[in-house]
Ligand binder design. Structure first.
Ligand code: T1G
Ligand code: NAD
Length: 707
C-alpha cells in the first residue's frame, strides 16, 4: 500500500484508511492508492465488506485545490477520480464510507460512490466547489440528487454550504449516525449489510421524479440575488437539472463540460486565490513558528457603543467571559439593549437557540468601573476616535492590568505608537481593528506598533481564529491597510459627483462591478459624521494646494449624516429605502461650479477605473512600505472587511487580471488629467509592470525567500 492509504483487516472486514494530512485531500497518488485497495479487498474471498475511513481530523476535504492551480497554468490534468469512483461502485463487496470531520467536494463524491455511508454525529458533508468558482466535477451533481432529491441537491451544489449529520441522514445522503467510536460503528454496520445487495447510487433514480421546474427557477433567482455576478452557481443548477432529463453517464459528461468551462475562468482563479490568501495571512515572516500564543481566558472591553457592543458579543460568542465598561448608566443600558436585541433577532430567525443566547448574555458583565480588569488577559478599547481620550484610557488601564495583559485599541486611523506611549508596556500594545458590525464582519486587522512583541502578535493572530475572525497583520500608519486604501477610493467617488456623475451613477457603477454597495451608499450607512470627525482630527495633515472633496463636510454641517439622519448623499425613508436627494445633487452642482470644476457626463467604466485604480495604487504604496506583508493580505482585507467581490479576488488580484501594464497606463492617464499629487503611480507598480511581473509573483517570490 502507499504512505497515504493503509489497508488493514478486522476478521472478515477490510478497512481502507486514507492518511494524507492535513485534510486527506485527493492529491497526486491518493485516488490511485484508494482504487488499488478497493480492487485488492474486492477480489479477496476472505473479505465480506469494506470500510473506508479517514485518519486525522477529517474524512476527505475534496480534490487537492493546488492541482487546479497547476492545471490552469497548463499542466495536464490527471483524470484519476472517475476510475476510482467506478471501481468503488462496481466492487463486488459492499463498500461502507465512514465519515468524520468533513466530506467535502470530491470527498462527498467518493462517499456517494460507496454503497452505504455512516457518519459521526458532529461531521459535515457538502459540495462547496462553487466557493472556488467551479462545480462538482466528479459525478456529484448526478449522484447527490439521486440520494437527497432535487431540491436538496440544487441547494447544496449551487450555494456550497455544508450540512450536518442529522440533515444528511434526513435527506438520505447517509444511512446511519454513529455516536462514539466511528470505526467500530462502521464495522458493525458493515456486518449488518455484508450479505445484502450493494445499492449503486448511479442507478437509484426514484428521487429524480421529484423534479419540478419551479425548483430550478427559484434557485436561479436566488443565485442571481445572493451570488450576484458569479457563473459557477448557475452552472451547478444546470448540471443538477441535467440529472432529471439525461441518463447518468450523459449527465456526468455535461457536468464535466460545465466543470471545465468554470475551471478555466477568471472567477475560478480569483476564488482559489482568495482561498489560499486567507490561509496565508497567519504565516508571518520573522515570528518564530514555535512562539506560544498566550491563552485568552478573560476579556474586557471599554465602550459599549457601535463597536464596543459588537466586540463584546464576539468574545461572548467564543465562550470567553467579558466585562464591558461605559461612562454612564444610560450609555451602558443603551449598549446592552443593542446586544440583547441582536441576540434576540438571531433567536427569532432560528440561527441561535434561546439557551445559547442566555449563556452568552451570562458571559457579559456590564459595569461603570474598572473592577475585574486586573484579571483580564486582553483589554480592547473602543471609545470615541480621539487621541487624547484614547491615551487617557490607555494610561488608566496600564495602571490596573496585569503585566501579561494585552492592551488593544479598536481605533480606525490613530497612531498605535502614540497610544502605546501612554503606557509602560508598549510591547503589549497593538491595534485590534474590528469592522462594523463587529459580531458579524470576519475581518480583524491586527496592527503592530514599533515595540509590539512577537508574543502579543502571535497571541492576537491565534485569538482571531478563536473569535472566528480572519486576522490580518498590518503596519502602523494612518488607516492601516483597509481604511488607508479607502481614502483614495472615497475621494474619487466624491470627485466624480463634483465632475458631473450623479450619486446614483457612482453607486450603481460600483454595485454593478460587484461591490455589495456603492461608495457613497457605504458612507451613508457608516455615517458621514464618522469620516467628518476623522477629517477634523487630521486636518493638519492635508497638503496645501491638493484638491480635497468639497461636499461631505457641507452635508455634515447641515446635520446630514446619512441613513442615521435620513439624509446624506441620498435620502432614506423610515424603512431605509433609498432615493436620490435633489437638494444634495443641487448642493454638489453649486459647490462644484463655485470651485470652477468642469462638469461633464461620465461613463460607468471611468467611475469604476477611478475608484478601483485609486484603491490598487494606494495598495501598492502600502505594500512597498511593508504596511501589508503580502498583496494577497490586502485582498483578504478587502474581501472580508469591505465586501469587495470575492469572484474578482480582491483589488490586487484584480489588478493582475487586468494586467499591470494596462493599470499603469490608465494611472498615467489619470495623472496627466488630474495631477500627480493624487495619481502618481506607485513605484512598486511601475517596477512590476516594467518587468512583466504581477502582485501574485511578488508574493510567491517573498514566500520562497521566507522559505
Ligand atoms: N486541497 C488542498 N489543500 C487544502 C484543501 C484542499 N481541498 N483543503 C484544505 N487544504 C489545506 C489548507 O490550505 C491549509 O493549508 C490546511 O489544508 C488546513 O486547512 C472533484 C473539484 C476542510 C473545512 O473546497 O474548506 O473537490 O495553510 O486552514 O479551518 O468535484 O480547509 O496549513 O498550508 O482551512 O480546519 C472542494 C476546502 C475541493 C474544501 C478545514 N473542497 N477546505 O478547515 O483548516 S474542489 C473544498 C476547507 C473538489 C471535486 C471538486 C477547509 C476545511 P496550510 P484550513 P480548517
Ligand atoms: P460610538 O460613539 O458608537 O461609541 C463610543 C462609546 O465609547 C460611547 O458609548 C461612549 O460613551 C464610550 N466611551 C467614551 N469614553 C469612554 C470611557 N472613558 N470609558 C468607557 N466608555 C467610554 O463609537 P464607535 O463607532 O463604536 O467607535 C469606537 C471606536 O471604534 C473608534 O475609535 C472608531 O474609530 C472605531 N471604529 C469604528 C467603526 C465604525 O464603523 N463605527 C469601525 C471600526 C472602528
Amino acid at each position: 500500500m502507499s504512505e497515504t492509504v493503509r489497508l488493514t483487516r478486522q476478521e472478515e472486514i477490510d478497512i481502507i484508511t486514507i492518511d494524507n494530512p492535513p485534510v486527506n485531500a485527493l492529491g497526486p497518488g491518493v485516488p490511485e492508492a484508494i482504487q488499488g485497495a478497493i480492487e485488492s479487498a474486492g477480489s479477496d474471498p476472505g473479505v465480506n465488506a469494506i470500510v473506508v475511513i479517514g485518519a486525522g481530523r477529517t474524512f476527505i476535504a475534496g480534490a487537492d485545490i493546488r492541482e487546479f492551480v497547476k492545471i490552469v497554468r497548463g499542466e495536464k490534468p490527471r483524470r484519476t477520480l472517475l476510475p476510482l469512483l467506478t471501481a468503488i461502485e462496481a466492487c463486488a463487496k459492499p463498500v461502507i464510507m465512514a465519515i468524520h470531520g468533513q466530506a467535502l467536494g470530491g470527498g462527498l463524491e467518493v462517499a456517494m460512490a460507496g454503497h452505504y455511508r455512516v457518519i459521526a454525529a458532529g461531521a459535515q458533508v457538502g459540495q462547496p466547489e462553487v466557493k472556488l468558482g467551479i462545480i462538482p466535477g466528479a459525478t456529484g451533481t448526478q449522484r447527490l440528487p439521486r440520494l437527497a432529491g432535487i431540491a436538496k441537491a440544487v441547494e447544496m451544489c449551487a450555494f456550497g454550504e455544508p450540512i450536518g449529520a442529522g440533515d444528511a441522514l434526513a435527506s438520505g445522503i447517509v444511512d446511519r449516525i454513529v455516536d462514539g467510536d466511528l470505526l467500530a460503528g462502521a464495522i458493525a454496520f458493515a456486518r449488518e449489510v455484508a450479505h445484502m445487495p450493494a445499492p449503486r447510487t448511479s442507478q437509484r433514480n426514484s428521487r429524480l421524479s421529484e423534479s419540478d421546474p419551479a425548483i430550478f427557477a427559484a434557485a436561479r433567482q436566488q443565485a442571481q440575488k445572493t451570488k450576484r455576478g458569479q457563473t459557477a452557481p448557475l452552472a451547478a443548477i444546470e448540471a443538477v437539472e441535467a440529472a432529471t432529463r439525461l441518463p447518468f453517464d450523459e449527465g456526468c459528461a455535461l457536468e464535466a463540460k460545465l466543470f471545465g468551462e468554470c475551471l478555466y475562468s477568471t472567477q475560478c482563479r480569483a476564488l482559489i486565490h482568495a482561498f489560499f490568501a486567507e490561509r496565508a495571512v497567519s504565516k508571518i515572516p520573522g515570528i518564530p513558528v514555535d512562539i506560544q500564543p498566550r491563552e485568552i481566558r478573560r476579556a474586557a472591553v471599554i465602550g459599549a457603543g457601535t463597536m464596543g457592543g459588537g466586540i463584546t458579543m464576539t468574545y461572548a460568542n467564543a465562550g470567553i467571559p467579558v466585562i464591558v465598561k461605559e461612562t454612564s448608566q444610560e450609555a451602558l443600558d443603551r449598549g446592552m439593549a443593542t446586544i440583547r436585541k441582536n441576540y434576540a433577532g438571531s433567536v427569532k430567525k432560528g440561527k441561535l437557540a434561546q439557551a445559547a443566547m442566555d449563556e452568552r448574555m451570562a458571559r457579559i458583565t456590564p459595569q461603570l468601573s474598572y473592577a475585574g480588569f486586573e484579571d483580564a488577559d486582553i483589554i480592547v478599547e473602543a471609545v470615541f476616535e480621539g487621541m487624547a481620550l484614547k491615551k487617557q484610557v490607555f494610561a488608566e488601564i496600564d495602571a490596573i492590568a496585569k503585566p501579561s495583559c494585552i492592551l488593544a485599541s479598536n481605533t480606525s486611523y490613530l497612531d498605535i505608537d502614540e497610544i502605546a506611549s501612554a503606557t509602560g508596556r508598549a510591547g503589549m500594545v497593538l491595534g485590534n481593528h474590528f469592522f462594523s458590525p463587529a459580531n458579524v464582519m470576519r475581518l480583524l486587522e491586527i496592527v503592530r506598533g514599533e515595540a509590539t512583541s512577537h508574543e502579543a502578535i502571535a497571541t492576537c493572530m491565534a485569538l482571531a481564529r478563536k473569535l472566528k475572525k480572519v486576522g490580518v497583520l498590518a503596519g502602523n500608519c494612518r488607516g492601516f491597510i483597509g481604511n488607508r486604501m479607502l481614502g483614495p477610493y472615497l475621494r474619487e467617488a466624491q470627485f466624480l459627483v463634483e465632475e458631473g456623475a450623479t450619486v446614483a451613477d457612482v453607486n450603481q457603477a460600483m454595485y454593478d462591478f460587484g461591490m455589495a454597495m456603492g461608495p457613497l451608499a457605504m458612507s451613508d450607512l457608516a455615517g458621514l459624521d464618522v469620516g467628518w470627525r476623522i477629517r477634523k482630527e487630521f486636518r493638519h495633515l492635508e497638503r496645501p494646494g491638493v484638491r480635497q472633496p468639497l461636499v461631505a463636510d457641507l452635508l455634515c454641517e447641515m446635520g446630514r449624516y446619512g441613513q442615521k439622519t435620513g439624509r446624506g448623499w441620498s435620502q432614506y425613508d423610515e424603512n431605509r429605502n433609498v432615493s436620490p436627494d435633489p437638494e444634495t445633487e443641487t448642493l454638489i452642482e453649486k459647490t462644484a461650479r463655485a470651485a470652477g470644476i468642469e462638469r461633464r457626463s461620465i461613463e460607468a467604466g471611468e467611475i469604476v477605473d477611478r475608484c478601483v485604480l485609486a484603491l490598487i495604487n494606494e495598495g501598492a504604496k502600502l505594500l512597498e512600505e511593508g504596511i501589508a506583508l503580502r498583496a494577497s493580505d490586502i485582498d483578504v482585507v478587502y474581501l472580508n472587511g469591505y465586501a469587495f467581490p470575492a469572484w474578482r479576488g480582491g483589488p490586487m488580484f484584480y489588478a493582475d487580471t487586468i494586467g499591470l501594464d494596462r493599470v499603469l497606463a490608465r494611472l498615467e492617464e489619470f495623472e496627466t488629467r488630474h495631477g500627480g499629487e493624487l495619481w502618481s503611480p506607485a513605484p512598486l507598480l511601475k517596477r512590476l509592470a516594467g518587468s512583466g511581473k504581477t502582485f501574485s509573483s511578488l508574493d510567491q517570490e517573498a514566500a520562497a525567500a521566507a522559505g
